[in-house]
Design a binder for this molecule. Structure first.
Ligand code: DNO
Length: 357
């Protein structure tokens, strides 16, 4: 296992590389050029700059999250070829600095969706929250306002660029079905496959969050065990893999995340580990990583990775906001650092039990 920590970049994150250095056992930072609009080629000097910053602290930059996909690629419109060319050029450039995994998503318009960013928990901390009923009544515009106005930082997945011309894009998706999305994903993967192979880069698709379609009438496909099989089979080559986000898939109680991890272990290149507590009415809140604190079996998740001698990358996912930390929603230092120590607690104990030490 290669432990990583998501970092939004110098001047764009309340957490510094020096802070991350003080968390035990972190090997690399998960990064991106967050201000680059989807579809544009990433400048080489800026990629190099991140590499140098990470090098200074002894971190690898093997994982990028995300290189976002232009909507035309998801919708399958004629301009897609130009944007796919750009994507390939970015892959080639990332290959030059040794990037191994690119995390991306194929969610139409919106990335992750929540109805509250700072929902108070019993212990006084706050966390991201999803209210099933509220999502039925809120308008897409109001949701954008809610997510983007609460933080001084740009919220990843909710970049202004992505949300520009919201109504037009929402409208354009009216005739796009799940099958169309699968076809368009196949077209994209087929086109980038050779560049990924040449650069030894794995593409790791992130599940839809929450993992069901229908929100604002939009289709979603990376939602459950069957669909993961279908997407692996779209282009059945090693470069076509998964970011296995327990919190995203796990917010649908029908998804058994431990079983899913075991089933697709060979194609998991990046693990996002996070717990959620699902309420009877289907609402859910993000909790501490500890198994007892939520609805997911995080010990089972870590054991599945450990049993498989997982060689790829893992990161703690969203954390709660603790101790009055002022941070980007879900991405403070403290709870994610606690998450790492919980994961290592499980991991190291499993090592010891097997007599490895
Ligand atoms: C949310 C993240 C997502 C993720 C993208 C990957 O915090 O897990 O925004 O980075 O879906 O493309």
């Amino acid at each position: 296992m290669n432990m990583t920590f998501r970092w939004y970049g110098k001047g764009n994150d309340s957490v510094t590389l020096a802070d991350i250095k003080q968390i035990p056992g972190v090997d690399g930072v998960v990064w991106a050029l967050h201000d680059m609009p989807a579809g544009e080629v990433w400048p080489m000097e800026r990629i190099q700059e991140v590499k140098e910053q990470a090098d200074e602290h002894g971190f690898n930059i093997d994982v990028v999250e995300s290189v976002n996909i232009h909507e035309s690629i998801k919708m399958g419109t004629p301009e897609r070829d130009k944007y796919i060319e750009n994507y390939i050029e970015t892959i080639n450039r990332l290959g030059k600095v040794g990037v191994k995994v690119i995390c991306y998503n194929f969610m139409p318009v919106f990335d992750w969706v929540r109805t509250e960013l700072f929902h108070e928990l019993e212990d006084g901390s706050t966390a991201l929250f999803f209210n099933k009923e509220a999502i039925e009544t809120i308008s897409p515009q109001a949701l954008v306002e809610l997510v983007t106005s609460k933080s001084e930082y740009t919220v990843a997945g909710w970049e202004p660029e992505r949300l520009k011309e919201l109504n037009t894009v929402l409208d354009a998706y009216k005739n796009v079905t799940e099958d169309d999305l699968f076809d368009n994903l196949k077209y994209f993967l087929t086109a980038i496959g050779p560049a990924c192979a040449a650069n030894d880069i794995k593409m790791a698709i992130h599940p839809d969050d929450p993992p069901w379609g229908g929100i604002f009438g939009l289709p979603r496909i990376v939602t459950n065990k069957e669909n993961l099989k279908r997407l692996i089979e779209l282009v059945d080559e090693p470069f076509n893999g998964l970011t296995l986000c327990t919190g995203s898939l796990g917010s649908n109680p029908d998804n058994d995340v431990v079983d899913i991890i075991k089933t697709y272990m060979d194609r998991i290149y990046f693990g996002h580990v996070r717990n959620v507590r699902i309420y009877d009415n289907g609402n859910f809140v993000e909790t501490s990583h500890r198994t007892q604190d939520g609805s997911l079996d995080i010990q089972g998740v870590m054991k599945a990775y450990h049993d498989a001698d997982f060689q790829y990358y893992i990161r703690p996912d969203h954390g709660r906001h603790l101790w009055n930390e002022d941070c980007r929603p879900g991405y403070g230092l403290y709870d994610r650092a606690l998450g790492i120590m919980y994961m290592y607690g499980i991991w190291d104990t499993l090592n010891r039990k097997e007599g490895d030490k």
